[in-house]
Design a protein around this ligand. Structure first.
Ligand SMILES: NC(=O)c1ccc[n+]([C@@H]2O[C@H](COP(=O)([O-])OP(=O)(O)OC[C@H]3O[C@@H](n4cnc5c(N)ncnc54)[C@H](OP(=O)(O)O)[C@@H]3O)[C@@H](O)[C@H]2O)c1
Length: 263
């Protein structure tokens, strides 16, 4: 079977590529930095004797999304799609560059929606066990926050979208699985792109991409809809879901003051 992974040139996406390659999946690795994708594809193909291809596309653009969607619809051996490509921006929404906000919504929301639709069109009629879609969301989905308004909002959309899909699939008794993976702080290039100082976050809160991916794939095998890697983040998400929203709002304002670089 084939696994298609977006944002495979770094971090969590690259860890998905390595883990799925080790399990014998052929791979299509997708991102904009082709040199990175090629190096990873060569490494995985040599290690695990699987086919590993690359596709250089910008998934914040219609053209890139439609190209990959066409591939997902028509490739005969599709098994898993991982919608992982993403980035964060920090700063007050009302002061931000609207083009950046727009790109984030295109990547997290429109690309995820279009690519999932194409993958399910392919996977549903075949109704094979072990197939499905993993949407890489975030613990940010459980809370709104100042200075990362759109990031939290797009990840909350990802969770709601995936939960709705799960209900549709369950209604059809489909073996096809969907998952919203909700990591907390994970060591990748994400915080470099964001421009955030990692040292402001307590060490105990950081996870490795490989740990996050192991938890995701374990959850996928168990058909878990929402996967939150790490006991600390399970506790944080449980707390956030249980607390009244005015309290959470106050808490997130305080956390932003403490941990985020002032603008
Ligand atoms: N790291 C964390 O703490 C954390 C926590 C929760 C959730 N997440 C989520 O995890 C996912 C992966 O992030 P990461 O931590 O692995 O970050 P990362 O190391 O920065 O990787 C992001 C990946 O997304 C790709 N990408 C970004 N914009 C793209 C575009 N327009 N078109 C195609 N590919 C694009 C990047 O590749 P190119 O630059 O080569 O295109 C890269 O491969 C994201 O959705 C993020 O929101 C991360």
């Amino acid at each position: 079977m084939l696994a298609v992974i977006t944002g495979a040139s770094a971090g969590i996406g690259a860890a998905f590529a390595r883990r799925l390659g080790a399990r014998g999946f052929d791979l299509l690795l997708v991102a904009r930095r082709e040199d990175r994708l090629r190096a990873l594809a060569e490494e995985i193909a040599a290690l695990y004797h699987v086919r590993a291809d690359t596709l250089r596309v910008d998934l914040a653009c219609d053209e890139g999304v439609l190209k990959l969607a066409e591939y997902l619809r028509s490739t005969p051996d599709l098994g898993i799609l991982v919608n992982n490509a993403g980035f964060g921006v920090v700063g007050y929404f009302f002061e931000s560059d609207i083009a950046g906000q727009n790109r984030m919504h295109r990547l997290h929301v429109l690309a995820t929606m279009t690519l999932t639709h194409a993958a399910l069109e392919n996977l549903l009629p075949k109704a094979r066990q072990g197939t499905g879609v993993i949407n890489v969301s975030s613990v940010a989905a459980f809370q709104a926050s100042p200075q990362t308004v759109s990031y939290h909002a797009t990840k909350a959309w990802m969770n709601a979208f995936t939960q709705g899909l799960a209900a549709e699939l369950a209604g059809r008794n489909s073996p096809v699985t969907v998952q919203a993976l909700c990591p907390g702080f994970t060591l990748s290039e994400f915080h470099d792109v964001l421009g955030m100082d990692r040292s402001r976050i307590p060490r105990s809160l950081w996870m490795t991409p490989d740990f996050v991916v192991q938890e995701s794939l374990r959850g996928f095998a168990q058909k878990k809809l929402i996967v939150i890697p790490g006991w600390r983040y399970k506790a944080i998400a449980g707390f956030l879901r249980a607390m009244p929203s005015p309290w959470i709002r106050k808490l997130s304002i305080a956390a932003v003051r403490r941990y985020r670089r002032p603008k």
